[in-house]
Design a protein around this ligand. Structure first.
Ligand SMILES: [Zn+2]
Length: 164
């Protein structure tokens, strides 16, 4: 009699430990998920208490254009923000609309700098000009908010542009 009660206690203990392990897994997964989208546009941060239960709603986050250079992320901006960006030797900067490789003159020589012009417009992103050797990044065309499975890559310049 005593033995079977001990057994029962052990089973309960094991079950409790399993639940704890599952909970900690769930928590780290949740934290990893929520750290991915800590955008300034988050409006729920002010609401107290109910924030944790809204994790499913938070998955409908705003899409971001992300530029990776070699092995690191160098740039992130909302896909909804129309702008022209110059990616020059791994540094991204916003440039005036109408900027072209030609308008940059000697600075745009491939022997001097690696330059890609990235246009974000109407919830799409594309590389409109590049001084790379194969022009694949330009010919890939647009990624849009509904079609972004295939990233824009510029291997000669070590760039990968994704929407996430
Ligand atoms: Zn290219």
């Amino acid at each position: 009699m005593e033995k079977s009660e001990n057994k029962k206690r052990n089973i309960i203990l094991i079950a409790a430990i399993l639940i704890l392990i599952l909970l900690s897994f769930g928590l780290t997964a949740y934290m990893r998920n929520s750290s991915k989208h800590k955008e300034p546009s988050e409006t729920t941060s002010g609401a107290s208490g109910s924030a944790e239960t809204e994790s499913t709603e938070a998955s409908e986050k705003e899409l971001q254009v992300v530029v990776q250079y070699v092995d690191r992320e160098i740039f992130k901006a909302p896909l909804s923000k129309d702008a022209l960006y110059m990616i020059k030797d791994g540094v991204v900067s916003e440039v005036p609309e109408g900027t072209t490789l030609e308008s940059m003159g000697d600075e745009a020589l491939e022997t001097k700098h690696h330059i890609n012009l990235m246009q974000v417009k109407d919830n799409s992103v594309s590389v409109i000009e590049s001084n790379c050797s194969n022009q694949i990044c330009v010919s890939i065309g647009k990624m849009t908010d509904t079609d972004y499975d295939f990233p824009i890559t510029c291997l000669p310049h070590g760039l990968i542009i994704v929407i996430q």
